[in-house]
Design a protein around this ligand. Structure first.
Ligand code: GSH
Length: 335
């Protein structure tokens, strides 16, 4: 696992937060900001104190009391630095493998799109986002494939989140021989579990009741690309429609109690970790990124909060938030 210093973690986190993201009040960013505040408190404290310490070293007249204070301060600084150094870090790609122009066509709250973003963020690959209007889909008129995510990488079109990630992994030379271990089958198995099981539990949970459906659509419409009227209509019409659709999905995927299914899935995942920090061991693998990615849009909705309160998944989720770090998203040029 790579370690980072407190200050570089703070800089990365702050750098990655654009003004719009901050203004949007994204709950994930709230979490990240509170972490940044915590980290920067420690870092500023230690650097301010070290400065103070060096000034005092110049003085010939430092008293015994101030020497004690300095010693205490240094101890604090060392302790603070040690805590900060436990941060799990991103895994930037070697410059020669880094793609130049990456554009993600997405819905902000779509679990498949968030799976791709978790990969891009963790590997620190800069990408532009085009938010697709789910009603007109005019942003993807050029494409025969009408779902999201769609990723264009230096002009190559990629579709379907798992295929996109496979292609990107190859492109950035992830599966270099030194990396391939007996863990590969396990990684594949759990990536399949995300696509074939975990994602199907999400909709029945976020649209479980009228109030949860409205909460979800409030999030979707405030983060998505909707016109003013569409936003008003979509919030209530969408919530009502999805409330009923989610009951159908429950039947289709044989789910009797959606919350129980979500908690069971979270516990199954923690069992799979088998005491490791990540399924990948000391750092996340593609299965960690997939589980994290699809859970990210629900984490701060009622269902996600319930999941963290009622299962053991919270510690792993926090480690993933640290490892994936701030978004590597960059501003798309206006057309
Ligand atoms: N298997 C695809 C599923 C993609 C998918 O179903 N995306 C949804 C959004 S979450 C979609 O675009 N649905 C069609 C629509 O909105 O019209 C993947 O993994 O990318």
């Amino acid at each position: 696992m790579r370690r980072v210093t407190g200050l570089s973690a703070v800089h990365r986190a702050v750098d990655g937060l654009s003004a719009t993201q901050l203004a949007a009040g994204n709950p994930v960013n709230h979490y990240r900001l509170s972490q940044v505040a915590l980290l920067s408190t420690n870092s500023n404290y230690s650097s301010a104190r070290s400065h103070w310490f060096s000034n005092n070293r110049i003085s010939e007249n430092s008293s015994r009391a101030s020497a004690h204070a300095v010693a205490g301060t240094m101890l604090f600084s060392v302790a603070a630095t040690t805590i900060v150094q436990e941060v799990h870090a991103k895994e930037p790609v070697q410059a020669k493998f880094r793609p130049n122009d990456v554009v993600l066509y997405q819905y902000e709250a779509c679990p498949f799109c968030n799976k791709v973003k978790a990969f891009l963020d963790y590997y620190d690959i800069a990408y532009k986002v085009i938010e697709v209007n789910p009603i007109s889909k005019k942003e993807i008129k050029w494409s025969d494939y009408k779902k999201v995510p769609i990723l264009t990488v230096d002009g190559e079109h990629m579709v379907d989140s798992s295929d996109i990630i496979d292609k990107l992994a190859k492109r950035i030379n992830l599966n270099a021989p030194a990396d391939s271990s007996s863990g590969d089958d396990e990684e594949k198995k759990w990536r399949g579990w995300v696509d074939n099981h975990l994602v199907h539990i999400l909709s029945p949970n976020i649209y479980r009741s009228a109030s949860e459906a409205i909460e979800s659509f409030d999030y979707i419409t405030s983060h998505g690309n909707f016109s003013f009227t569409e936003r008003l209509v979509a919030k209530y019409a969408g919530a009502t429609a999805m409330y009923f659709v989610s009951k159908k999905l429950k039947k289709k995927y044989n789910i009797t109690d959606e919350r129980k299914a979500l908690y069971e899935a979270a516990e199954t995942w923690v069992d799979a970790l088998n005491g490791r920090d990540f399924l990948g061991g000391v750092k996340p693998n593609l299965a960690d990124l997939a589980v994290f990615g699809v859970l990210r849009p629900i984490r701060y909705l009622k269902s996600g909060k319930d999941m963290v309160e009622n299962t053991r998944i919270g510690n792993w989720y926090s480690r993933m938030e640290d490892a994936v770090g701030a978004p590597s998203r960059i501003q798309a040029q206006p057309e």
